[in-house]
Write a protein that binds this ligand. Structure first.
Ligand SMILES: [Zn+2]
Length: 160
């Protein structure tokens, strides 16, 4: 898998593989399931492609199809684990041009449930405050990992 110098997400993958990224949950056939830095929406998960490309069409067809299939299974696992009212899927990559899906559980108590997370000042404030204390990730991983394991997903590696 190609790692690009200067890519923030490739840097995270390298830290994951060295066992230094507490946000990582599993590696699948095509990507990495990570809890997001910010947990304003409990269970917010990011599915990062193994391959460092900016656009879906830059993946070989078979890899693109498998990546999308795995993303749907990861999303289903997030839903299973965190029981939101609604799940949001976003593939943006303006700031970090390395394919990564944002999977946002929108919970019943979400004050901005009718709109995009990016218009929620509470979420934007949480982003500014920076990553959550890794201790907070432990109970979330305990919910997400078994939900991932219940799907027909290729789990190549689990990260403690
Ligand atoms: Zn990258």
């Amino acid at each position: 898998v190609a790692i690009s110098d200067g890519c923030d997400l490739c840097g995270r993958i390298e830290r994951t593989e060295r066992g230094e990224n507490p946000f990582s949950v599993v590696r699948t056939a095509t990507g990495y399931v990570n809890l997001a830095d910010v947990q304003y929406h409990e269970g917010y998960t990011v599915f990062v492609a193994k391959r460092c490309v900016a656009e879906l069409h830059e993946l070989p067809d078979s890899e693109r199809d498998e990546f999308l299939h795995e993303m749907a299974l990861v999303a289903e696992a997030v839903f299973d684990a965190f029981q939101p009212r609604k799940l949001n899927y976003e593939l943006l990559g303006n700031g970090a041009p390395h394919l990564h899906w944002h999977l946002f559980p929108r919970h019943a108590d979400d004050a901005r449930l009718g709109g995009p997370v990016w218009k929620d000042p509470g979420f934007l404030g949480a982003l500014e405050r920076g990553p959550v204390d890794p201790a907070r990730l432990v109970p979330l991983k305990l919910r997400l990992l078994p939900a991932l394991e219940r799907r027909h997903l290729t789990i190549e590696c689990r990260f403690e």
